[in-house]
Ligand binder design. Structure first.
Ligand code: ADP
Ligand code: MG
Length: 354
């Protein structure tokens, strides 16, 4: 299987299970299995609006689960074809991908797909907004760390990190007309902290208006489109950072994305210390903040993905201030177990501890 980001299948399976969209509707309804929702005058070849189709696949080093209600014939295949196209553009390990070509360019300008260009444009913007806490140019350093949890996990030397840190600066990504990208020689990009969000947004766009409802799940990115036929909302679980096979709480969403970044997701233990996959671009070291998990609920899964990653670096105080200033909805879990919410979060999403 092609890989976009390093990591084990089992861990990803666990991630999907814990970010699982909890079954059922709010109030214990199971309207989608119930009868009587079919419109009386449905056209001859119309799809049953309640018919549920589930597809599971493996892309972007993540188990991707798509659940559709009332999907037209062929939509699931269209989604998989798009996922394969995105993997072909964004994988760091596929030689011909846009990301590989950018990373090999060594100062030369490359022309990329408009999707890749747009991700980089937004990444640079969010990097600025977060004071560099989110930096896709972390690539030379993320390559240095191997968070596979398998073999050769090693802590990079201070010298090596110091040598590579000057290559981390998203503001040096130069984006030109006609989807061109130019990076200073030596710089590289790693879209692992934002690409899944972009893809979730695109898949949500693909299904909106074509299904009664749908749930898109790409690891830590969940997107729910629409409500169930009876109008009740989907419940989305927030992973328990200390027991990632279960959910700590549920939030209820209509058309929205719920994105969680957590330090428990990928990493390894060495010399009695835990090293995780979210790096502080200022130090090149796993983020040392007081946060273990950051979740955003909003309309853009791409923005939520990047901000959730950034907040793990920034910590609770700055993360909360950023979310509030942007008028966004977020919930943070501190290492000491304390939960922090942006104003009105619990009421808005009927937050329910499990
Ligand atoms: P996941 O990919 O496990 O859902 P995240 O969305 O938090 O988790 O992204 C983490 C990934 O993003 C890392 O595996 C790495 O590829 C990349 N990354 C790590 N640190 C940063 C950072 N500070 N800014 C941007 N990308 C990062
Ligand atoms: Mg992210």
């Amino acid at each position: 299987m092609k890989k976009l980001w390093s990591g084990g299948v089992l861990r990803l399976l666990a991630a999907v299970l814990c970010c699982l969209v909890l079954a059922g509707c709010s109030g214990g309804q199971t309207a989608l299995q119930g009868g009587g929702m079919m419109p009386a005058a449905s056209a001859a070849a119309a799809v049953d609006p309640q018919e549920k189709t589930t597809g599971v696949n493996f892309f972007f080093d993540t188990v991707v689960t798509i659940t559709l209600y009332g999907a037209p014939e062929g939509l699931m295949d269209e989604i998989w074809a798009e996922c394969a196209r995105y993997e072909g553009l964004l994988s760091r390990t596929i030689e011909t991908s846009d990301v590989s070509r950018i990373n090999k360019a060594n100062g030369q300008t490359v022309t990329v797909d408009p999707d890749t260009w747009e991700i980089l444009r937004r990444a640079r913007e969010i990097s600025r907004l977060t004071g560099g806490a989110f930096s896709v140019t972390i690539a030379p350093i993320s390559t240095l760390w191997t968070f596979t949890g398998l073999v050769n996990n090693a802590v990079p030397t201070d010298e090596k990190r110091a040598e590579l840190l000057p290559l981390v600066d998203d503001q040096k990504i130069s984006l030109g007309e006609g989807s061109t990208v130019t990076l200073p020689a030596g710089m590289q990009v790693d879209l692992g902290g934002i690409a899944k969000g972009y893809i979730a947004d695109r898949v949500a766009e693909m299904i909106r208006g074509r299904v009664t409802a749908g749930i898109i799940s790409l690891g830590g990115n969940v997107y729910t489109v629409g409500c169930k036929p009876n109008g009740t909302k989907f419940a989305v679980g927030i992973t328990d950072p200390w027991e990632s096979s279960r959910s700590l709480a549920a939030v209820y969403t209509g058309d929205a994305t719920v994105v969680t970044s957590g330090t428990y997701e990928r990493g390894f233990n060495f010399g009695g210390q835990r090293y995780h996959h979210i790096l502080d671009p200022k130090t090149g070291w796993p983020a040392q903040s007081d946060l273990i998990s950051a979740t955003f609920v909003m309309d853009s899964s791409m923005t939520a993905d990047a901000l959730a990653t950034a907040c793990i670096v920034l910590g609770s105080e700055q993360g909360l201030a950023l979310a509030q200033a942007q008028g966004l909805d977020a919930v943070f879990i501190k290492k000491d177990g304390t939960m922090l919410f942006t104003e009105g979060f619990e009421e808005k999403y009927e937050y329910r501890p499990l």
